[in-house]
Design a protein. Structure first.
Length: 373
């Protein structure tokens, strides 16, 4: 660490008298311990509250989401009883596509103007979004409402454990959203998948038509079994062709009774266009649900506007944290408690980045200036 900070303006960044040599592993380790003892979530919430106030941001709407960071080391993955307040670093659903490694989960609630996280929570590696979303909202929603004015939470389908017009005694309204851009993306995805699947089914069909069967029931059974495997194609006008067999050499005599008869299948194979179109229609639409039934308070257009940009903000934040330049794709520290503290520092870095980005864009807009890139 001192080598890293050697050519950095440390005193200007952190204060007079602080040099690169003082930023060593021992010092930073003790800082992480102090953050954990104070409470990473509590400390971050205090800083975030001041940040959004100074920036004059409206925090009426927030987005909740999670991501995972894989770790090096076993930590407390094999420990059954983890002390209260400490996370368990263990295997779970990996968003990093590294299911072989233990991980920690970071959950954020971010405001939608600058994407600054209002609340950060470190979770165990095997935590479920369906459970953690509800727990976080039940525990902190009142605090966020009173502290920063949060009144609307946006989340993906993990907030639901079932779908319906009335869930858990809460009346809801649903909005089915369709966009042409989503339709075009769905067509590309489905066409690619259908081309691969139909080619595989055609190859299997070719193999079937080359087989010979000893009796008609065997051929019919094979055809029926093959049809059950089809997903994007269908067999039409199937027929059985009989082929006589004779023992001995030479041409058989006229009107001679065959010694054996074999059966082969002949038919056509065609794509099912209706199935393809139905899948495209399903993929190009999504459902937004809200328990705010008063359209005067939350119109259809506002519901869409809150969801799409809001989710993009929190996802862009995760992309920032996972960027190779951040150098935190994989973690290795002394203890799970220090990793919890590091999650807070990483989230604080995201907040600083979001604040700077917001101020730059705001100033450029006020002066009608742009950057070439």
């Amino acid at each position: 660490m001192p080598h890293f900070f050697k050519d950095k303006p440390v005193e200007r960044l952190l204060g007079p008298g602080i040099t690169a040599e003082r930023l060593n592993d021992d010092t930073l380790g003790r800082a992480l311990d102090s953050i954990y003892e104070y409470g990473p979530q509590q400390l971050y919430s205090q800083l975030a509250g001041q940040a959004v106030t100074r920036l004059g941001l409206s925090c009426a709407t927030g987005s909740i989401d999670t991501t995972s960071f894989h770790t090096d080391g076993e930590y407390n993955s094999a420990q059954e009883d983890v002390p209260q307040g400490c996370i368990q670093i263990t295997e779970g659903f990996s968003r990093d596509h590294r299911p072989d490694l233990n991980q920690v989960v970071l959950q954020l609630i971010s405001e939608q103007q600058a994407g600054i996280p209002l609340l950060m929570t470190s979770l165990s590696g095997n935590s479920s979004d369906k459970e953690s979303f509800r727990h976080t909202l039940n525990e902190h929603l009142t605090q966020l409402r009173e502290g920063v004015g949060l009144s609307l939470i946006v989340a993906d389908s993990a907030l639901y454990t079932a779908l319906g017009s009335n869930y858990g005694g809460v009346a809801q309204r649903w909005l089915v959203v369709y966009t042409r851009a989503a339709h075009e993306r769905a067509e590309q995805t489905v066409n690619k998948r259908y081309l691969k699947q139909s080619h595989a089914e055609y190859q299997a069909f070719q193999t079937l038509t080359k087989q010979s069967f000893a009796c008609q029931p065997d051929a019919e059974a094979a055809l029926a079994q093959f049809q059950k495997t089809l997903k994007v194609t269908a067999v039409y006008e199937p027929q059985l062709i009989t082929t006589p067999g004779y023992k001995g050499k030479g041409r058989p005599a006229k009107n001679r009774t065959p010694d054996t008869i074999t059966y082969r299948i002949t038919a056509g194979l065609a794509s099912i266009l209706e199935t393809r179109q139905r899948v495209i229609q399903q993929k190009c639409c999504f459902i937004l649900a809200s328990n705010q039934l008063d359209e005067a308070q939350l119109s259809h257009e506002e519901l869409i506007a809150h969801y799409t940009p809001g989710q993009q903000k929190v996802e862009l934040g995760f992309r920032f944290l996972k960027d190779p330049w951040f150098m935190a794709q994989t973690l290795f520290l002394k203890s799970p408690t220090r990793i919890m503290a590091l999650m807070m520092i990483m989230t604080l870095c995201l907040a600083v980045y979001g604040a700077l980005d917001h101020r730059i864009r705001q100033t450029l807009k006020e002066h009608e200036e742009t950057f070439p890139h």
